[in-house]
Each structure stands twice: as C-alpha cells, then as structure tokens.
Ligand binder design. Structure first.
Ligand code: BG6
Length: 515
C-alpha cells in the first residue's frame, strides 16, 4: 500500500541487501607479479578484498617474474606496494592471513622450466572447490610482446584446460589495430575458449559507468526521449590533467586514439547508444554493444580531415605548477608526431540515432580531470519565453563519471517575479552526497577482479567487440600516422586543447559544454 510519507515509502523499497559474494577457492597467477600494474593496482586490490573478507579462506596468489627472489622476498615487495598504493594501512592480522597465501616463481616467460615450477606450485597450493574443480586465474600484467610465449607454454604444459579450470585476464592494449587484435585473439583461442577469456577495460569497472545502463533501462521516463526526435547531440569528454608519466615508450607508440578512444571512449559511446539488451547478462549486453560499433559511420580521409582534430600539448601550467611540453618529456622524440589530444564527430547510422552527432573529446594535460557524458536535448518547437541568462539548451542531462559521480538534469523554470522570464536550474543526484555513509564505492579493479573470480564476464570485452572498436578508429590512426602534423605542439598544457576543437563544434552552431 502506498505510504503518505515519501521517506517511508522510499526506504521500504530501497532496502539494499548485503552484497556478500561466495567465491570458490582459487589461485591467481600474476605474470609480471612485481611490475608496475601489480604493485599499483592488483596486489593492493587483492589485499583490500581480503581485508573486506571478500576472498575465500582458500586462495593463493603466485607472482611470476624474471628476477630471482624467494617467497619471503616477494612478500616484502607486496607489503611495500600495499603500504604505498593500498586503500588502507597494512593491518597485522589481515596481513598475516594474506602473506601466507603469497608465493613467487622466478623464471623467463619463454622458459619451460618456469611453467614446470608453476605446475608444481599450483598442485601444491590450489585447493579444490566444492565441485572438485581447481580454479586458476592467470593475470597477464606484462607488455603484449610476452603474450605469445606465455599462451603457448601454458597450453603446452597443460595449464589451460583439463585438471585446472582456468580463466585468463588480459590487459589492454589488445593489439595495435584490427588485424593485430584479430591475430592476438586467434592466438589466445588456441589455448583458451572465449568463455575463459576476460579482456579488462577498467572503465567498465567504474560505478558511474555501470550506472549508465541502470539509469537508462531501470527508469521509464528517459528512454522514450533517448533518440533522434528529442536529442540534438551528445558529447563525451574524457579529460586528464596528467601527462604521460613514465610511459614514454608505450605512449609514443600508442597515442591518444589507441590509448583512450579505441577502448574507454568506445565503451562509453556504446553504453549510451545501445539498444536495450533482452537481459542483464554478459552476452546480451555485448551483442548490443557490437551492433553499435557496426553502425558507426566509417570515416574516409576527407571526413577525417574535416571532422576530427588531433593535438599535442606544449608546456604550460596545471594546478599552479609548470609542466613540460610533450616533446620535452623524458624519452620522447623532439619532433614527435604523436597526438595527445583527440576530438571528433561520430554518427551512428541506425534508426534511433540517424543524424545525431556524437562529439568525442579526450586529451592529456588538459585543464582538469573530468569524464562526463552530456545529452543535449532539442529546443522546444517555439520559444515562448525570454531569458536574461544564456540558456542554449533548456534540457541537458549530464552523466558525470569523474571526479563528480553524479547525474544532473538542467531544466528551465519561471524566474519569480512579475515578468515571464525563463531561468535555468538543476535537478541532481550525487552519489557521495545523496548516499553518504551508505555506500562503498568499489574501485574498478576490485569490482572486475571479483567478477572474474565469480565467473561473470558482463563487464569484460568480447573478441568481436574489440575488433569492431578497432575498425572504427583504424582509419583515423592510419590517416594521422601517414601525415605529419606541422602545427604540433598546438595546445598549452592546462587548457582545453587546440582551438581547432572549438572550431569543429562551433562551425555547427554548438559548443563544448565544458570550456
Ligand atoms: C588508461 C590509459 O587506460 O586510462 C592512461 O592508458 C589513462 O593513459 C588512464 O591515464 C585513465 O584512467 P582514469 O581511470 O584515471 O580515467
């Protein structure tokens, strides 16, 4: 029965059930177990999961790397990493439980002896599940060049199928372009079935990114408007204030399109644009995403020159600090042609989105760190009211991913007074403010590692999705790599990118929401 008290009504239906998950005993083998990714993300996350009692009693973590060291020495490295990068201080009781489950194997990734030692260790430390299986998760925290040797040896030593029930987590980049991604996929497929493969994109582990689907498909009032009849255009911004940090070799080779557009931005685009899946299960969702990539209008050179913008940062000031230009970063060529900024207009040629531009923009060393999607609704058919404020789009919906995890709907109301003036106001929901105290925000790796342990692939990319995303961006990369950008560097660090990005959108009578 409906309650008169709205608070009571909402609390009755909003009882959040405790989110304990039952994870079967498992062993995680981290190739590159003492590398940067392991230290910064994986090991602190595993410790955090253990701390929150989300891991089973019987688990083990085996680091594999080339440096000779003992289990004890490895445990010290892990402890340091948790101290430096962990969410919470190392607590004695929890650490004791964690440390005794940590092991280390030294050896080359192409050396069969490494895998023999691994096999023995797995036999020793992996406890069987209730069903008698032995669950192994291989985490590839290594540069892509090591992958072929690892897959081959794992398979040769019978460590992928059979006695062990194996899953494999592969980090981006998945290839350099569509062709190499397809090669990589066929290579993995020799050793693992598609349902054993977890291609990780940490953006999908972000709470607010997952919320896009909830927002769209758990509410009935927005979806009817979510199409070309009501939406004028959509903007997606992934802005970073950091530079390339210590990743010169990777970045010179990758550039902004491979680093961010091909994966994180394509995922955001698909979540906003996809059709409702028939269920909230991995393949239903992935099927719909792949359809979106397939309908993105392909770009020829003329289109690329006209509707995409590349940029590279010069020296500037960010947060009160002087920062170097890209070409002056350590180990970057002084005449590098690598883009650190991308802006572009995409069309999705299907019934829902025909004619609606999607403007995407991302870059390093921009004014601030901000990721958001803004849905710009059309003007009402008649302008009945005047306004002293500038209200370009009375209805604008902003899905804030970071740093503000929020949803804001901009609407126009009557300004109080004797005139008939329109005034802009916001209706908003902010995770931190509105669910204060009630929520724990799992970090992306926390959520994704748990999902892999549970065997849930919903938030991981599928082979055809990866290849389809490359098909969208390959022509841009090819065009840009084949033509020099004489104007580089063309934006100062601490700005919103090159002027051409403004021209791109302004020439169509629109403007970037964040300027
Ligand atoms: C990574 C990119 O995938 O994402 C980095 O390789 C980038 O270059 C990072 O800085 C951004 O992630 P986030 O979560 O900070 O937005």
């Amino acid at each position: 029965m409906a309650s008169d008290n709205p608070d009571t009504a909402s609390s009755q239906v909003c009882e959040i059930l405790p989110e304990k998950v039952d994870i079967e005993p498992f062993t995680m083998v981290i190739f590159g177990g003492s590398g940067d990714l392991s230290k910064r993300k994986l090991l602190p996350t595993l410790y955090h999961l253990c701390h929150d009692q989300n891991l089973p009693d019987d688990f083990a973590v085996i680091g594999v790397a080339s440096t000779e060291r003992s289990d004890e020495e490895y445990r010290e490295i892990v402890k340091e990493a948790i101290r430096e990068f962990g969410e919470e201080p190392v607590q004695r009781e929890c650490w004791e439980k964690f440390r005794k489950n940590l092991f280390y194997i030294s050896g080359g990734f192409d050396d069969e002896n490494t895998y023999r030692s691994l096999s023995l260790r797995l036999e020793e430390v992996t406890k069987p599940t209730g069903k008698g299986t032995r669950e192994i998760i291989y985490y590839m925290a290594v540069p892509p060049r090591f992958l072929p040797a690892i897959f081959e040896r794992l398979s040769f030593c019978n460590l992928c199928r059979g006695v062990f029930n194996a899953r494999i987590i592969v980090e981006k980049p998945f290839g350099q372009d569509r062709a190499s991604a397809a090669d990589l996929n066929s290579l993995i497929a020799k050793s693992f079935n598609e349902d054993q493969i977890y291609r990780i994109d940490h953006y999908l582990g972000k709470e607010t990114v997952q919320n896009i689907l909830f927002f769209r498909f758990a509410n009935s009032i927005f979806e009817p408007l979510w199409n070309r009849r009501y939406i004028d255009h959509i903007q997606i911004t992934v802005a970073e204030d950091i530079g390339i940090e210590n990743r010169a070799a990777f970045y010179e080779n990758a550039g902004v399109v491979r680093d961010i557009v091909q994966n994180h931005m394509m995922q955001l685009l698909a979540l906003v644009a996809m059709e409702p899946p028939i269920g909230f299960e991995a393949d239903y969702i992935r099927n719909e995403k792949v359809k979106v990539y397939g309908t993105i209008r392909s770009m020829n050179e003329e289109y690329i020159d006209k509707f995409t913008v590349r940029g590279q940062y010069d020296a500037g000031r960010i947060n009160g600090q002087d920062v170097a230009g890209y070409r002056n970063e350590k180990n970057i060529s002084p005449d590098s042609n690598t883009p650190t900024f991308f802006a572009g207009k995409f069309y999705i040629d299907n019934w829902r989105w025909a004619g609606v531009p999607f403007y995407l923009r991302t870059g390093k060393r921009l004014k601030k760190r901000l990721t958001e999607i803004s849905i710009h609704f059309r003007q009402p058919p008649l302008r009945l009211f005047s306004s002293k404020c500038e209200i370009r789009e009375p209805n604008l919906l902003v899905l804030g991913v970071q740093p503000h995890e929020e949803i804001v709907l901009h609407i126009g109301v009557k300004h109080p007074g004797i005139g008939n003036q329109l005034y802009p106001v916001n209706m908003d929901f902010n995770y931190e403010r509105d669910l204060q105290g009630d929520v724990h925000f799992p970090l992306p790796y926390e959520r994704l590692l748990l999902d892999c342990m549970k065997g849930d692939r919903t938030l991981f990319a599928r082979q055809d999705g990866i290849e389809a995303m490359w098909s969208v961006v390959d022509p841009i990369i090819e065009r840009w790599e084949n033509t020099r950008a004489p104007e580089f560097p063309d934006y100062s660090a601490g700005t919103w990118g090159p002027e051409k990005a403004n021209e791109l959108i302004q020439s169509e009578g629109r403007r970037w929401r964040i300027l």
